[in-house]
Design a binder for this molecule. Structure first.
Ligand SMILES: *[C@@H]1O[C@H](CO)[C@@H](O)[C@H](O)[C@H]1NC(C)=O
Ligand SMILES: *[C@@H]1O[C@H](CO)[C@@H](O)[C@H](O)[C@H]1NC(C)=O
Ligand SMILES: *[C@@H]1O[C@H](CO)[C@@H](O)[C@H](O)[C@H]1NC(C)=O
Ligand SMILES: *[C@@H]1O[C@H](CO)[C@@H](O)[C@H](O)[C@H]1NC(C)=O
Ligand SMILES: *[C@@H]1O[C@H](CO)[C@@H](O)[C@H](O)[C@H]1NC(C)=O
Length: 378
């Protein structure tokens, strides 16, 4: 009887994981779930997908078997409103149960699932015993900043993932652990971020701030030397952040109010591959020459702006989105300054529809420069 849920759980994880080619290594290395989790947590996320998405579903497969077994798992305490699988005693599942307040948390818990509830407050006492937490998921609740204790996170010395997206927060909670690697606080009502909020988070790798009301990040990103993904789309930014972290790989800024870019703002970001600035107010005048002519860039999205010219881009760029601007001319020199057998653009996708040019405006020499473009929409 006890082995049944174990098998059910194992089968589920395997089926899910085998679909995920980029994360295969973490499965092969160790069949034990706990070790797999820790290994996966250290792997970088590719293409914005959460490789651990399958975990969120684990309990749906397990809870029907486990509920009655909890009492039998001797010595393992668990609040009535949550599930603590005996096979995985360091996790506690309390998500989607209509909770309005925090449950009590045994100190052994490392992975805590509290998302999709109606929790309104996180008082200082809420996490006093939960000093071993590594993941804390509180997204889709009703937390407001005033209902978060000043010291509630102070004792969490190993916290790596904190998900607070889709709450009612108006600022970054105080005293967040500097150990964080993944902070998601998107879809809240944050207007301002101070340098102290993120200072010293040297391991922070993913920062999701999209869909808030942020007007300026100031110098708050300065110390984030591990940051690879920054999403500040859907805010009220009128300029790009002052100092971008040097290891940035994905930079999402779409749907803001940016009309001008500073000189060389993408230089020195050797790992930057994806830049999305669609739905801003960018004009030709606001973009210094060669701003986007930086090697390494793979995808550049400048659609839904006010550009009248195609900006100069690096020959290494593969995908360029310029639809819904006011472009009047097809300037081949934006892609190739020299054209010969070895100098050509690596561009594969070019979208230009919704501009003021048509197919006849593409010069015939383009075939030499844009020889890898298999899709030009105009
Ligand atoms: C913390 O642990 C103590 C001792 O086990 C217990 O009495 C208390 O209720 C716990 N508090 C919370 C908030 O879990
Ligand atoms: C959170 O914000 C929503 C939308 O503005 C509002 O309907 C809800 O009452 C707020 N909840 C709390 C707890 O403030
Ligand atoms: C950052 O990660 C390294 C390596 O895992 C660790 O030794 C260090 O203590 C971490 N720093 C912080 C502030 O958590
Ligand atoms: C991009 O910059 C390089 C030098 O870094 C330069 O040779 C090239 O002409 C520039 N490309 C365009 C399209 O201006
Ligand atoms: C491009 O053209 C320049 C100048 O003609 C030449 O030196 C260079 O080798 C060519 N090839 C590449 C890949 O840059």
């Amino acid at each position: 009887m006890v082995s049944f849920p174990e098998r059910a759980g194992t089968r589920t994880s395997k089926a899910r994981l085998s679909d995920q080619t980029p994360e295969k290594n973490c499965v092969k290395m160790n069949p034990r779930l706990e070790a797999v989790l820790l290994l996966c947590a250290l792997l970088p996320l590719s293409n914005g997908q959460d490789p651990l998405g399958w975990l969120f579903h684990r309990h749906y497969y397990q809870e029907q078997y486990l509920g009655s077994l909890q009492a039998a798992a001797t010595g393992v305490t668990c609040p009535d409103e949550c599930d603590c699988p005996p096979t995985f005693p360091i996790a506690m599942y309390c998500d989607g149960r209509g909770l309005t307040a925090m449950p009590s948390i045994p100190s052994r818990i490392k992975y805590l699932y509290l998302q999709n509830n109606a929790i309104t407050a996180l008082p200082d006492s809420a996490l006093v015993n939960a000093t071993n937490l590594v993941w804390l998921f509180l997204h889709h609740n009703q937390l407001t900043s005033d209902a978060i204790g000043q010291e509630v996170f102070l004792k969490l010395e190993g916290l790596e993932r904190l998900y607070l997206q889709h709450n009612n927060l108006s600022r970054i909670p105080p005293s967040l652990p500097r150990t964080l690697r993944d902070l998601r606080i998107n879809h809240n009502k944050i207007e301002k971020i101070t340098p102290a909020d993120l200072e010293g988070m040297v391991n922070l790798t993913f920062l999701h701030l999209q869909d808030n009301a942020i007007t300026d990040l100031g110098t708050s990103l300065k110390s984030l030397r591990s940051l690879t993904l920054l999403d500040i789309s859907g805010n009220k930014m009128t300029k790009v952040p002052d100092a971008l972290p040097e290891h940035l790989h994905q930079f999402y800024l779409e749907s803001n109010d940016i009309n001008t870019l500073p000189e060389d703002f993408l230089r020195g970001l050797a790992q930057l591959q994806y830049v999305r600035m669609a739905h801003n107010q960018l004009t030709d005048k606001g973009i210094p020459p060669n701003t986007f002519n930086v090697t390494g860039l793979v995808e550049l999205d400048l659609s839904y702006n006010k550009l009248e010219r195609i900006p100069s881009v690096s020959t290494t760029l593969k995908h360029l989105y310029l639809q819904a601007n006011q472009i009047k001319e097809f300037t081949l020199g934006s892609f190739c300054s020299i054209m010969d057998v070895t100098n050509f653009s690596k561009l594969q996708t070019l979208r230009l529809e919704g501009n003021e040019i048509s197919r006849e405006d593409i010069p015939s020499e383009s075939a030499l420069c844009l020889r890898q473009a298999f899709s030009i929409d105009i």
